[in-house]
Design a protein. Structure first.
Ligand code: NAG
Ligand code: NAG
Ligand code: NAG
Ligand code: NAG
Ligand code: NAG
Ligand code: NAG
Ligand code: FE2
Length: 464
């Protein structure tokens, strides 16, 4: 009897574990060369300062208002403040407009920043190419950007996704592949952890400057939408640095007031057919907190007839099956996941874990402390959760995964890369992930997204 039960049980356990493995998604079999992730040295080409007296450097732009008719231009001058003015003109007009901004400086331990300029240019026309000039009076430099089309449900638009970028040789490859991808990203959704300056002794803020120079080649020409990660905290009380996010907030302004947010760490924008909500993993999010109250009012405002695509960005992922940062997103998930299901968020992008993972549409909202129902279940109202913390920073790849692969995890792979979210119309968006080891155009993972509001069918069974 004992022996029989033993073998029956054994077979059952085996069967269950096989089922378990089958039900989980794909753990990619891709084998990459194991190489250390190394930061580019200070004298690298990508860190060169532009020539000329007081030449503006680290130029970058982000959306400046709720709808995409304003842009915030930021840059740094090193020799003297110079003018915080921007000259700008549309492609088909000779008339140059002028906008006046401000500059700030900050100190971090024994580092003193350059003059960091921020200038908002407003009342732009939609879907128009603008040139802009900074460094007026000393060494002018000219850049350009495209404003997005007017907000509307069927406007195609292409977002790039990059996270945890840092400034290693791999980071440079990620950015290069994003730039060369034949599907041209028009705006970067950046899911946090920018420079990794805090990995240097005393958080050497010179590495914030090098990062600004490295990313200028993209961020001066298309908006990067910022999310704060843990590497933006720069909280270092041992050396007297007790103001969290000091370098980040001085350098990377966001239009948080336009969405009635009270802090730059959580906010939203509309862009083309997308409504993008940025959340803060490292600001309070419990009940009664400013972020909680804001999000509670924000989600009902989203009009899916106007912006069918509801995208959420955050740094720490809620669904992560790597043995890194395991369950760090759990407390925020418990607070906000019921809302994401109720309001049918299409997709949540997060970073933090230095690898790639895509979930099934799942939710885990039934648990109430006493009922024991605490397993994620398939849920067509739930978002797809994508971890894209694979930009290539010096900390290297997360390779250690929980085994077996949980059922909620559809695809995971420990490689660096970037992704593209290509909105076609109100019902369809094409998503692809590109690992760095392949040519930039190769898709290592892809999925057709069918909009949760306009097209409520099961994409996980029809697409791949
Ligand atoms: C800041 O202090 C550190 C440690 O004492 C030192 O290594 C570094 O050179 C200093 N940097 C500047 C800009 O003074
Ligand atoms: C970074 O990438 C760019 C574009 O591919 C290349 O021109 C540059 O030499 C690279 N720099 C380093 C330090 O790898
Ligand atoms: C922000 O709040 C003001 C005042 O309550 C309101 O008029 C405005 O519509 C709100 N803006 C957004 C984007 O919700
Ligand atoms: C939602 O957007 C549509 C399309 O722009 C518009 O017709 C409708 O009035 C909006 N609804 C609300 C409640 O604002
Ligand atoms: C992977 O992570 C688990 C859990 O933290 C740990 O027990 C295990 O030793 C790790 N394996 C490797 C190969 O690092
Ligand atoms: C939306 O885009 C998809 C994919 O390109 C296409 O198949 C579909 O016909 C489009 N729908 C409309 C209404 O144009
Ligand atoms: Fe992180």
């Amino acid at each position: 009897m004992g022996c029989c039960w033993g073998s029956v049980l054994g077979a059952l356990v085996l069967l269950l574990s096989v089922l378990d493995l089958c039900n989980g998604g794909t753990t990619s079999a891709f084998v990459r060369k194991v190489e250390k992730t190394v930061d580019m040295p200070l004298d690298s080409d990508v860190f060169r300062t532009p020539p000329g007296y007081n030449a503006p450097q680290q130029v970058h732009i982000t959306q400046g208002d709720l709808e995409g008719k304003a842009v915030i231009v930021s840059w740094v001058t090193m020799d003297e403040p110079g003018l915080s003015k921007v000259l700008y003109w549309s492609e088909n007009s000779k008339h140059k407009h002028k906008a006046k901004g401000i500059f700030v400086t900050y100190k971090f331990y024994n580092y003193t920043s350059g003059y960091i300029h921020h200038c908002e240019i407003k009342n732009l026309k939609f879907n128009t190419k603008y040139y802009y000039e900074v460094g007026i009076g000393h060494t002018p430099r000219t850049f350009w950007f495209m404003t997005p089309p007017e907000v509307g449900p069927d406007v195609p638009y292409t977002f790039g996704l990059i996270g945890d970028l840092g400034q290693s040789y791999d980071s440079n490859k990620t950015l290069t592949h994003y730039e060369l991808n034949p599907t041209k990203g028009q705006t970067v959704l950046f899911v946090g952890d920018l420079s990794y300056a805090d990995n240097y002794p005393f958080h050497d803020n010179v590495r914030w400057d090098t990062w600004g120079r490295f990313t200028e080649r993209s961020a001066a020409y298309q908006p990067w939408i910022w999310t704060a990660g843990n590497h933006e905290l720069d909280f270092f009380p041992e050396i007297g640095e007790t103001e969290p996010f000091k370098p980040y907030t001085h350098r990377y302004p966001v239009p948080y007031k336009a969405s009635n947010s009270t802090a730059p760490f959580w906010y939203s924008i509309k862009r083309a057919s997308a409504y993008i909500i940025v959340l803060a993993s490292y600001s309070a999010y419990g009940k009664y907190t400013p972020q909680y109250k804001w999000l509670e009012q924000e989600l009902p405002k989203v009009n899916r007839s106007e912006t069918p695509w509801l995208i959420v960005l955050m740094h720490a992922p809620w669904y992560n099956s790597y043995n890194y940062h395991y369950m760090e997103g759990e407390t925020m998930r418990v607070m906000y996941e019921p809302w994401f299901v109720k309001y049918k968020v299409d997709v949540v992008f997060a970073g933090h874990v230095h690898a790639y993972e895509r979930s099934e549409r799942v939710s885990n909202v039934a648990y109430n402390i006493v009922n024991g129902i605490c397993t994620p279940v398939k849920d067509q109202s739930a978002p797809v959760y994508i971890t894209i913390g694979d930009g290539g920073n010096l900390e290297g790849l997360a390779t250690n995964m929980t085994e077996p692969q949980p059922e909620y995890s559809a695809f995971r792979e420990a490689s660096f890369g970037h992704a593209i979210f290509d909105i076609k119309n109100r019902t369809h968006a094409y998503y692809s992930w590109h690992r760095n080891q392949d040519g930039y155009a190769v898709e290592a993972d892809s999925l057709w997204f069918f909009n949760r509001y306009w097209h409520q069918i099961d994409d996980s069974t029809t697409a791949q």
